[in-house]
Design a protein around this ligand. Structure first.
Ligand code: ACO
Length: 432
């Protein structure tokens, strides 16, 4: 980050205020308002934070106009074709691609921590059948924290590798167990000789008497899907993790909060909503033009799920990669999914409609990810959980960035109060 020589002058009430302009490493510019209130008494108002930089960060770069996404300087296109999820996770958390020995050490730790404490296993019994796996995931991540010492040294790579690997490994075991719980089936123990993604599929789909043999294409597709979800700078769930971390809360509490934020249908839950939307359209046979007209109606509560993004205004590079991957994978597996055809037609109808063109609404990462997960055999109620497994390295990296920033302050936005002024308290028997 460099300080630019230029500044912005703000005039208000006969006074002028000089505000410095901060420049990021990709020439992004921000007006530094940190001293604005003490100098002028004014604050800024930006609900939804569309124009607010909440921090400086060296983890991920997004250029929404050009459709660029980079983790630690590496483009998503390169990582999606050349890297693995575990290597990408290491890159995000530690800032550099690992050497072979670092990667082996990290892999070894992932294997070492794949089991959950036996006492923790009993926690699953407390959840009612059909509990949403996202609820179980969030609760159980907090529970993992109860079984681990609180002490962490986030500034030390060597030391931090252990807690980072522990959480990454356990989230996979918990996620698979939460699915098994939700369908009333026994938990499957991990198998140490399997790699990260394959081991997850084993815990999801093996039977106690018959191991699941994962297809190479399926493992590769899932691994790529996890890479594409691994970080996305200051999105809702990552900002949540950072905000909780800013109070100096521990890694588990901060990540558990991130899981809850991700759950919502406007964020990670959109991958479920897309499949629900496509399935309803398929069943009802409603003409796509009529559905689009419903979506466009002023005040409509129906949205075209999987479309639109706060930052990407031309295309979402992740959606492009996924659309191609989706075709390739379905072809290779010989799967014919009518929902993919429907999704393609719906995309075409939307993208030729001025409503979507004028508002810069394009397919986002969630539009095609559900179709890939269906083909892999992942049930719909696990889609957002898969997103959480993918996003975890990003959350860990951001948690670490907050905890290693000596100048970090607790996040505490201000507000413009619009409620009533002083009111007189009326005793209950005198209220009308
Ligand atoms: N369908 C129809 N109209 C839409 C959509 C959509 N999917 N998305 C935005 N719009 C319209 C809005 O109605 C609004 O129209 P108006 O100007 O006439 O009022 C305009 O486009 C701007 O929309 P906002 O809601 O202000 O955009 P915002 O940046 O706040 O929201 C969001 C972004 C939440 C992603 C939104 O586009 C949306 O709801 N999309 C559907 C849900 C979804 O796919 N979420 C996943 C996002 S990616 C992720 O989180 C991993």
């Amino acid at each position: 980050m460099t300080d630019a020589t230029d500044q912005v002058t703000l005039s208000h009430d006969g006074q002028s205020y000089e505000l410095p302009v901060i420049v990021g490493s990709q020439d992004e510019r921000a007006v530094d308002i940190r001293k604005l209130r003490s100098a002028s008494g004014l604050i800024t108002l930006d609900d939804g934070y569309g124009n607010t930089g909440s921090c400086t960060s060296a983890v991920t770069y997004v250029d929404g106009e050009k459709g660029v996404l980079k983790y630690r300087g590496y483009t998503i296109e390169v990582l999606a074709t050349k890297s693995s999820f575990v290597e990408t996770a290491y890159l995000l958390i530690f800032g550099e691609l690992p050497t072979s020995s670092q990667l082996n050490e990290f892999r070894g730790l992932l294997t070492q921590h794949e089991f959950i404490h036996e006492d923790m296993r009993h926690h699953f019994d407390g959840f009612p059948p059909n509990s949403p796996p996202m609820a179980i995931l969030s609760a159980m991540i907090n529970a993992v924290g109860c079984f681990q010492p609180d002490f962490m040294q986030p500034e030390d790579d060597e030391h931090f590798m252990e807690p980072a690997a522990r959480l990454m490994s356990k989230i996979r075991t918990i996620a698979a167990a939460s699915y098994r719980k939700s369908i009333g089936k026994p938990m499957i123990y991990p198998r140490s000789k399997l790699r990260y993604t394959e081991n997850f599929l084993h815990m999801m789909f093996s039977k106690p008497y018959e191991p699941y043999e994962a297809d190479e294409t399926v493992v590769a597709a899932l691994d790529r899907l996890l890479i594409l979800h691994a970080d996305h700078e200051q999105n809702c769930s990552t900002s949540t993790v950072r905000m909780v971390a800013s109070s100096r809360a521990n890694l588990y509490a901060s990540v558990a909060a991130g899981v809850c934020a991700l759950w919502g249908p406007l964020h990670g839950g959109a991958n479920v909503a897309v499949i629900e939307m496509l399935s309803e359209l398929q069943q009802s046979g409603e003409p796509l033009e009529r559905f689009i007209a419903r979506v466009k109606k002023k005040g409509s509560s129906t949205r075209l799920m999987g479309f639109g993004h706060r930052v990407y205004k031309n295309f979402d590079p992740r959606a492009r990669i996924l659309k191609n991957a989706c075709h390739r994978m379905l072809d290779k597996l010989g799967v014919h999914d009518p929902l993919l055809e429907l999704a393609l037609r719906l995309e075409e109808v939307a993208l030729s409609d001025s409503y979507f063109v004028e508002r810069h609404l394009y397919p986002n990462v969630d539009y095609y990810s559900g179709i890939i997960m269906r083909a892999i055999g992942i049930p719909t109620n696990m889609f957002t959980v898969l997103f959480a497994i993918g996003r975890l390295p990003g959350w860990i990296a951001h948690w670490r960035e907050v905890h290693t920033n000596e100048n970090a302050r607790i996040d505490r936005p201000r507000q413009i109060y619009v409620g009533p002024n002083v009111r007189e308290y009326v005793p209950i028997d005198e209220r009308g």
